[in-house]
Design a protein around this ligand. Structure first.
Ligand SMILES: [Ca+2]
Length: 166
């Protein structure tokens, strides 16, 4: 059973690569950790959570909660890209009330400009997808999710994708 599952997953992964779809590894956080990301913030409050009820797909998602106000950035740099327009998207849900949650991209050209989408959570399991389009001009981009939370704010993000449009 495990071998069959591994074979199926390998096939699906190979198919994903051949179609040039999502360029991000572990985009559904199913590895159960944030090792492919840089977290600027407290890992006790921001972490990969195993809870099917809080995941958009699979069992894991990126979760945050803290008793007090906090900020956190989960980001990574993607290099070796061919220049063109990319779409970055993520699914989000949570209790709401944050000062800001944003999906962002920067470092995609030499201007220092940041492109972002404001995320507004409206309740448990009220999933909504957010996306931005990124005109990559220097073969790389830094992408991430920034949270500026008030006390006891919580949320989950899952299925983050970076896809080349043209
Ligand atoms: Ca997931």
């Amino acid at each position: 059973m495990k071998k069959t599952l591994t074979a199926i997953l390998t096939l699906l992964f190979a198919a994903g690569l051949s179609f040039g779809q999502n360029l991000l590894n572990d985009s559904s956080f199913e590895s159960g950790n944030l090792s492919t990301w840089n977290l600027t913030g407290d890992s006790a409050d921001c972490y990969a959570e195993k809870n099917k009820g809080n995941a958009h797909s699979g069992e894991w998602s990126y979760h945050y909660w803290k008793k007090t106000a906090f900020t956190a950035s989960l980001d990574k740099k993607i290099t070796g890209l061919s220049n063109g327009t990319y779409k970055l998207s993520v699914w989000s849900m949570g209790g709401g009330g944050e000062n800001a949650i944003k999906l962002f991209a920067r470092g995609f050209d030499n201007s220092g400009k940041e492109i972002s989408a404001q995320i507004k959570n409206t309740g448990w399991k009220k999933w909504k997808q957010y996306s931005i389009e990124i005109p990559v001009q220097n073969g790389e981009v830094e992408i991430g999710i920034f949270v500026d939370a008030n006390k006891e704010n919580w949320g989950n993000l899952d299925d983050i994708e970076l896809v080349k449009l043209n």
